[in-house]
Design a protein around this ligand. Structure first.
Ligand SMILES: [Zn+2]
Length: 293
């Protein structure tokens, strides 16, 4: 390893982490704003529709629903595009970091550098398709929730009509104050039985996806360069899931005998949601130095 390479390696590590955090925070903030804008728009559409007597008719409610579904389709597109371009930016930053790390470790020859470089959009769409699918599923659940809300209003109007012999507009006028107080609750229960509201869900999805992108795209570069060994970053975590793996040397593909593979440690707790750990190209000479990162 060249003189000063270790210091530069560490500097590059810090710089890369900061840059990744900035990208992550920006994407998460943009997604949060898009969600807030959409839920405010839905609130306005619903309130306006409900203030109008035509809300007592199927046509009035259908019009509101169509408008709201449009807002949700726009939200889905906006969130997906924000996430996709965030992953793309992250991939670029991590490709640079990977290249720089291998150069500093003195293991990157001309040939290696040639095969490295930013991943394609095709790679991004394939690798992160689950995240994009989660966005679509969640905005779909939001649309269902609005539909249920409008159906409930309809059912109540019909009940008043049947029980009290009122006309639909009369029945609706009697109910309006109560109806106006209601808002669709954009909540859902996950497989583990935990309740999420949509805003928290998108926040979590963004952070998890961006952290995955940070790791996956770095690993992708190292695999392209046929660099197999990495070490797990350290930040003195208190998390029981990843504590045992701090500083551990891993084999990315299983090509180097005697090490746990990345898949094995992932199956054993490392890189759980919100995990801040990173992987770094490993070189035997830097083992001691990495302990102090
Ligand atoms: Zn962790």
């Amino acid at each position: 390893m060249q003189k000063n390479a270790l210091r530069e390696f560490k500097e590059n590590y810090v710089k890369t982490t900061l840059k990744a955090d900035v990208i992550d925070d920006a994407v998460t903030a943009q997604m949060g704003m898009a969600y807030d804008d959409a839920s405010n728009a839905i609130y306005r559409i619903l309130t306006q529709a409900r203030l109008n007597d035509s809300y007592a008719t199927k046509k009035g409610r259908d019009t509101a629903q169509v408008k709201i579904e449009k807002v949700l389709v726009n939200l889905k597109n906006k969130l997906t595009n924000t996430l996709r371009s965030g992953v793309w930016e992250m991939a670029g930053a991590m490709a640079e970091a990977a290249q720089r790390d291998l150069e500093l470790l003195g293991v990157a020859d001309e040939e290696t550098l040639k095969v490295m470089g930013p991943p394609s959009m095709g790679y991004i769409n394939t690798t992160f398709q689950d995240s994009f699918a989660h966005v679509a599923a969640q905005t779909g659940r939001m649309a269902d929730s609005v539909r249920r809300e409008l159906q409930r209003d309809t059912a109540e109007i019909s009940r008043r009509v049947a029980v009290e012999g009122l006309s639909r507009p009369q029945a609706y006028r009697a109910l309006r104050d109560k109806v106006l107080e209601r808002q669709p609750e954009f909540k859902f229960i996950d497989k583990a039985g935990k309740q999420w509201d949509s805003k928290t869900y998108f926040d979590m999805l963004s952070k998890t996806t961006m952290k995955n992108a940070m790791r996956e795209t770095y690993v992708d570069q190292l695999v392209k360069a046929k660099h197999d060994l990495v070490s797990v970053s350290r930040h003195g975590t208190k998390c029981r899931l990843c504590m045992p793996w701090e500083g551990e040397i891993l084999s990315l593909t299983g090509a180097t005998p005697g090490y746990y593979t990345l898949d094995q440690v992932k199956a054993n707790g490392l890189f759980h949601p919100r995990c801040k750990h990173r992987l770094l190209a490993y070189h035997p000479e830097i083992k001691e130095a990495l302990k102090k990162l």
